[in-house]
Design a protein. Structure first.
Length: 228
């Protein structure tokens, strides 16, 4: 069998990374969470005080320091998982929190940030055998990916799932707050000028509102097997 790259795009909290992780596990591929990279840059900007309380971002300062930002993935203590590292520090837990989710779509709209992260992401995909999820993977990062998916689910269902996920991790939030954040990010991600979220013409649509994660995996594995 040949190795392929699988590009998965879609709205916030639609189950993209769950699907990507499951596929990577079954196929023994490398899973790359591109959203984690934007979240790590957001944390970097926040720690440097470049995100002001009124939400204004010191883009100049961030852009000038972008070349000092190192982002990588290392195997987690929990078997089969990987953790995001920012300049050598494990930031996996921190970047999933609501204060990062609140600003990440503004940070990811900065063209220079995208340029740097897209280059890193393309590097990961050189050898094939990568499953990457994000917003512009099929359109910009891997326009030649052998399999492209565009995943969606009803916003109510997405909010419910993300709320449960945060709750299980002990992160405090309300369903209403989570839903607002998803809708806010979807709006910014689909309307930004640089590489907005959109379905690639040749992406296959997966609406998983009424699917279990196993049903979704089975559907997609069928497509993968027809390609490798
Ligand atoms: O996938 P996740 O929800 O963790 O992504 C966080 C944010 O990072 C998204 O809302 C989006 O603003 C940004 N992002 C992006 N391009 C990607 C992946 C994520 O702009 N390829």
């Amino acid at each position: 069998t040949r190795k392929i790259n699988i590009a998965i795009d879609g709205y916030s909290a639609c189950g993209k990374s769950t699907l990507a992780k499951d596929l990577a596990k079954v196929l023994s591929y490398t899973f790359i969470d591109s959203g984690a990279m934007y979240r790590a840059v957001t944390l970097f900007a926040m720690r440097n005080g470049w995100i002001k309380e009124n939400g204004v971002i010191d883009q100049k300062a961030l852009i000038a320091s972008l070349n000092t930002v190192q982002i990588g993935f290392k195997p987690s203590q929990e078997k089969g998982k990987s953790d995001t590292h920012l300049n050598g520090e494990n930031v996996e837990e921190e970047i999933r929190k609501p204060h990062i989710a609140q600003y990440v779509s503004q940070i990811s709209a900065i063209p220079e940030v995208r340029k740097r992260l897209v280059a890193l992401q393309q590097d990961f995909g050189k050898e094939k055998g990568v499953v990457m999820d994000g917003r512009d993977i099929g359109t910009v990062v891997f326009p030649n990916a052998e399999l492209k998916l565009f995943v969606t689910a009803d916003v109510e269902e997405r909010a419910r799932r993300r709320f449960e996920e945060l709750k299980s991790k002990g992160v405090e939030s309300t369903l209403e707050e989570v839903k607002k954040n998803l809708a806010h990010r979807d709006h910014l991600d689909t309307t930004r000028a640089t590489d907005p979220l959109k379905k690639a013409d040749d992406a296959r649509l997966v609406d998983n509102t009424c699917m279990t994660k196993d049903e979704q995996l089975t559907l997609v594995l069928g497509w993968v097997r027809s390609l490798i």
